[in-house]
Every structure is written in C-alpha cells, then in structure tokens.
Design a protein around this ligand. Structure first.
Ligand SMILES: [Fe+2]
Length: 345
C-alpha cells in the first residue's frame, strides 16, 4: 500500500511555532475558528417530560427540608455543557417545589429570572415588596437585584416553572448574589403595593416611579394572556403570538430575557424558523409535536424542551389548540445587534 504523501510543512511553520511560544496567535492559519462563518450551538435540542419529572417533585418534597436549602429547585441540564448546570446556551429552566407553609427565603442576584405558575395555586412570590399571587398561567418577573422570596400559603404542594440566565451572567463573570435573612418576617407582610399601578393595559399614572432597566410590572396574569391569545388573529401558519412587554417601553420585559405566549392551531405545523437567540419552551396546555434540528419531540402539558440557537424549529398542535411559553435571550442579541431570524416557506 502506498503511503499518502506527507503534507509539506507550510512555509510559515517556524514562524507560527515561534509566535505560539511567545503567546501570540497568527490570524491567517485559524481565522475560521476566530471568526466562524455561522453560529454552531454546542447542544442538541432536548426534551424533558413532566411525567418523568413528577416523581422527582414528590421525592424532593419528602427528602429535602426547605430550611436546609436556598431553593427546592431542580434544573434541567443538557450534558453537552460538560456537567455545567445549563439547559441551553445562556439559560436555565427548572421546576421549584414548595410544600404547604414552606418559605423560600428572600435573596437577590444580578441574574434575571421569571416564574410561570403551572401547578402553583396557593403560592405567592414577593418581588421588591409586592405580593404577586401565582394563579394558573401567571408569569412573575424577578428582575436583576430585586429582592424576591416565595411562600406556599395553600394546602397542597405547589410546583412552578422557573427560567433564568445564570449561565450568561456567569460566562460574563458578573454574578453577585445576596442572601436575605430567614428572620426578616416583615418581608412577607406586604400587599400588591405598586403592582396595582401597572395592572391595566393602556392606563398609566403620570409621574409613577419606574425603573429604566426593566418592566415596572412584575405580574402578568394568565387569565389575561389567555384572553389575548383568544383575541389575536392567527398568522399565516396558524400560530398566534403574544409578547410579554414592559408597559413603559413596549419592549422586552427585562434587558436579558424576552418572553412570549404562543398558541398553536390544531393540525398544521408552523413554518420552520431559526434564530440567533436561544429558547426554552414550556408546554402550558395541549399536546403536539415539535421538530427541532434533527429531533422530533412529542409533548404534552408541563413538558419542557429547548430550541438551541440557529437550529430549525417547527411546531404543531394535535387534538386541539396548544399553548406554549417561550423564554428567550433574544433581547441580549438585539442589544448587541446580533438578532437574526430565518424562516422556511
Ligand atoms: Fe432567585
């Protein structure tokens, strides 16, 4: 067998070796890794079924005393991230479990987060001194550095969905975390407070104090979201979309998280789309199928799946309408002028 001819040494091999020894890299032999032609997600799309997760909720409630932990949350992890606690790039998604009477102590951090009430009747989140009840389908923001704590005031176990951007903040090494006190009894003795000023779309109080950085409205009731999804006309592919917005700006609810409620009509699949941003999907109601990259996910209520960036995704409901919550880091990309989207017709 003839041996393949040895690759001739490149004429600049000695120079490259000398540069590397001096901790200098030439651009010309590695520009494809320095400036990739397109994004390439590390993670394959992934799907976690509620029915597989549900037993862990019961076990965590039984085996993990809330007094011993900051949060009784269980975070979905894609092994593509090498054991790091990451659901898809920049984002984590989780479920948090509280037993009746449990308090999850106040804290605050530079990461941005949202909660979405799935099985949370009786739970309350307090954000910056405002009591935010968690009824079916309610979205509650916990913006960066806002104090927040949770309590289950009901008589049954509560479970809600969480999403946050700890992986992004940690990649930027800009995570600050401040624990609150378990003895801060006053923290829990609040009412809705100024949340009332932002409760009604189209009505604003002149001069009301509001932060520049994120939405002054923290709670987005599920009943209103469902009414909006009923009212909005479906797009050409049957998909209805409602965006959660900052009522002052009409933009994303937070500088780093952008959330959408989607209703899929029965039957037809949506046009395949891919985006430079990352998306975590929670199945709010109904059943259906999503094709994400080369995977197909058959999903039902409270399942979670990911759409990694620049990965084609298409969705179809089955047996009736289906509602999804999409939590994205789109706003990060938009602020950096990196938001791009493509659709197949
Ligand atoms: Fe938190």
């Amino acid at each position: 067998m003839p041996q393949p001819a040895a690759k001739p040494a490149r004429p600049d091999a000695d120079l490259i070796a000398a540069l590397e020894a001096a901790n200098i890299h030439p651009l010309w032999d590695r520009y494809k890794s320095i400036t990739p032609m397109t994004p390439a997600a590390r993670d394959a799309p992934m799907h976690w079924r509620w029915r597989d997760f549900d037993p862990f909720a019961a076990r965590a409630a039984a085996e993990v005393p809330i007094e011993d932990v900051e949060r009784r949350a269980m975070i979905f992890v894609n092994p593509a991230f090498g054991g790091q606690t990451v659901t898809t790039a920049n984002l984590i998604a989780a479920f948090t479990v509280l037993e009746p009477g449990d308090h999850a102590v106040p804290h605050r951090h530079t990461a941005a987060a949202i909660r979405f009430a799935t099985r949370a009747e009786g739970a309350v989140t307090i954000v910056n001194g405002r009591r935010c009840e968690m009824h079916e389908g309610d979205l509650v923001l916990t913006p960066p550095m806002c104090w927040h704590g949770h309590i289950n005031e009901g008589e049954r176990r509560t479970v809600w969905f969480d999403a946050a951007n700890m992986p992004l903040v940690c990649a930027l090494d800009a995570s600050f975390f401040e624990p609150g006190s378990r003895e801060a009894h006053e923290f829990w003795k609040v009412d809705a407070g100024e949340e009332r000023l932002w409760a009604a779309a189209g009505l604003a109080v002149p001069g009301a104090q509001a932060p520049d950085a994120h939405s002054p409205k923290y709670r987005y009731p599920g009943a209103e979201t469902r009414r909006m999804l009923d009212a909005v006309a479906p797009g050409p592919d049957g998909m209805r979309v409602v965006r959660y917005v900052n009522p002052r700006t009409g933009g994303a609810v937070m500088p780093t998280l952008d959330c959408y409620a989607v209703r899929l009509g029965n039957g037809a699949a949506t046009a395949a789309r891919r985006t430079t941003w990352n998306t975590v999907c929670l199945v709010v109601s109904g059943e259906g199928r999503s094709t994400v990259g080369d995977r197909t996910f058959e999903w039902s209520r409270d399942d979670v799946f990911t759409i990694p960036h620049w990965t084609w995704a298409s969705h179809a409901a089955r047996g009736g309408d289906a509602d999804l919550l999409l939590v994205t880091d789109r706003e990060v990309y938009a602020r950096l002028e990196l938001a791009r989207e493509e659709a197949q017709r």
